[in-house]
Design a protein around this ligand. Structure first.
Ligand code: NAG
Ligand code: NAG
Ligand code: NAG
Length: 259
């Protein structure tokens, strides 16, 4: 087997590093968030009638929708457990305003999650289980806005003081709510459910998910053995390529010992 003690030491070290890398890899778990809490909100352009990551019907875009940050969404691709869920989002204050801006009115909106906001560098959707985003939040709701479904003045502003209207990112509070009857699209059958998946697309958009396995989407990533895509995060970059090598090495060793 091993001619000298040096390769043995090296191989023990290799296995220790392997175990360590597998453990590091495991650290990228989906975020198990409370039903109510603090979050941040950004906004993005979602074309009307566009079918986003969950595969909700085009008509869902006629009502307020949002993308949720990847590790809370629960999948790196296609659908995740957050798909179809509804949240009541209340604006608190903008994260980046100097001096701090506190809106004179309280605005809130009930959204349905129809899309995935991918992990990216230090972006607002970059929170992982052990690292919040730059505002200290573990969830970011990326509101589809502007939208015919949301008043144009939804985000309070003070252009006279700040010289601009759009603060970009807001501290918010979120509340998990039942989509029926709270979401504005609740009475429109065309806005509920998923698109026809007979074309082979992976879709899952329940009308009113409650968190029970019988009415809530699984994680497309988990179901297909796709790990959370952490390629933009330095730790993920280091851990990801070693995992297959470790598994290969373990299989090879097993084969060698069997022969
Ligand atoms: C949403 O939150 C606001 C307060 O921020 C509250 O007035 C409103 O009733 C809530 N709506 C639902 C459906 O929970
Ligand atoms: C936004 O919320 C975070 C977390 O509660 C807080 O630390 C931060 O000070 C808030 N930002 C502003 C501008 O108030
Ligand atoms: C899902 O399961 C829950 C609890 O097990 C049950 O109360 C509910 O009726 C089920 N819903 C559907 C749509 O089957």
């Amino acid at each position: 087997m091993y001619p000298t003690s040096i390769p043995i030491t090296a191989s023990v070290l290799f296995y220790l590093l392997c175990i360590l890398s597998l453990l590091t890899f495991q650290a990228y778990a989906w975020i198990d968030y409370p039903s109510d809490g603090l979050a941040t909100m950004t906004h993005y352009g979602l074309p009307k009638d566009f079918v986003a990551a969950c595969g909700c019907t085009p008509t869902s875009t006629h009502y307020p929708t949002a993308a949720l940050s990847q590790m809370a969404y629960g999948s790196a691709r296609a659908y995740g457990p957050a798909c179809g869920k509804c949240f009541n989002l209340t604006l608190v204050n903008p994260v980046t305003a100097t001096p701090p801006f506190f809106p004179p009115v309280t605005t809130f909106i009930v959204v349905k999650v129809t899309d995935l906001c991918p992990l990216s560098g230090n972006g607002w959707c970059s929170a992982t289980e052990d690292k919040p985003n730059a505002a200290g939040a573990f969830l970011n709701f990326d509101l589809a806005f502007p939208s015919d479904a949301i008043p144009a003045d939804f985000f309070p502003s003070d252009e006279a003081t700040y010289g601009y209207k759009d603060f970009g990112v807001w501290n918010i509070t979120y509340q998990t709510v039942s989509c029926l009857p709270n979401w504005n699209g609740a009475n429109d059958a065309f806005a509920l459910g998923s698109v026809d998946s007979s074309g082979g697309d992976s879709v899952c958009c329940p009308a009113n998910p409650t968190g029970n396995t019988n009415d809530t989407c699984p994680s497309f990533s988990d179901a297909n053995g796709i790990p959370p895509d952490t390629t933009t995060s330095p730790a993920g970059k280091a851990a990801a390529p070693t995992t297959p090598i470790c598994i290969l090495q373990i299989i090879l060793t097993a084969v060698i010992f069997t022969l």
